[in-house]
Write a protein that binds this ligand. Structure first.
Ligand SMILES: *[C@@H]1O[C@H](CO)[C@@H](O)[C@H](O)[C@H]1NC(C)=O
Ligand SMILES: *[C@@H]1O[C@H](CO)[C@@H](O)[C@H](O)[C@H]1NC(C)=O
Length: 190
């Protein structure tokens, strides 16, 4: 029994690591990926400013695949709305862009005219670990190791996360659930 509890603890710690290392962010939150409305023309600029992205995170673009697409472009093409020769072209309606290295990433719609209407996104990802997702709510605590208080803080974190919480897909929740299932199996196997 003691042994299986140890495994549970290890799996839980792994799940917590997963939470820290890989979040999936829905671009534009509830507005998803589309031409900004006239009431919120700078939605993607604001979105980018309010999300600190890290290596290991993914950008999730949601849009009707028959009407739209997403392309990754150079900064020059981003500024001039040049849709030719994109770095990456995605059009399946729920596209995941995985951040695997630091740098600046530029996206726009592959549909003519939409870039000019500000359907474009620029994100900066730093590789030095000084930017932590959701950090404004935690301040100095964000840089401290989180595991000693993690059992108490998981629900709090979910509740206190900013307005984007509704659309931030928390894959790690799934990971935790998997860990839980493994724990149950481990206990039964004992
Ligand atoms: C990002 O990762 C997901 C899951 O591993 C994969 O389905 C998707 O194709 C990847 N995206 C790109 C642009 O490679
Ligand atoms: C991390 O990188 C950013 C951008 O390059 C820089 O502004 C920041 O000062 C760096 N932080 C540390 C701790 O090096």
């Amino acid at each position: 029994m003691g042994n299986s509890q140890l495994w549970c603890t290890l799996l839980l710690l792994l799940a917590i690591q997963g939470k820290v290392l890989c979040n999936v962010y829905q671009v534009g939150d509830l507005h998803a990926w589309g031409i900004p409305t006239s009431s919120n023309p700078q939605i993607y600029t604001k979105w980018s400013k309010s999300h600190n992205l890290n290596i290991g995170d993914s950008l999730f673009f949601l849009y009707p695949p028959s009407e739209d697409s997403v392309i990754q472009v150079t900064s020059e093409s981003y500024n001039s709305c040049n849709l030719k020769d994109p770095i990456l072209y995605m059009n399946n309606g729920n596209s995941l862009f995985n951040i695997t290295k630091p740098g600046d990433f530029y996206f726009t719609s592959g549909v003519d005219g939409r870039c000019q209407k500000s359907q474009k996104l620029h994100v900066s990802v730093y590789g030095n670990g000084s930017y932590v997702a959701d950090s404004p709510a935690y301040g100095p605590a964000a840089s401290a190791p989180s595991y000693p208080t993690v059992f108490g803080s998981i629900p709090m974190q979910a509740a206190s996360a900013s307005a984007s919480a509704s659309s931030l897909l928390r894959i790690p929740v799934f990971v935790s659930a998997m860990a839980g299932i493994f724990c149950i199996i481990a206990v039964i196997a004992m």
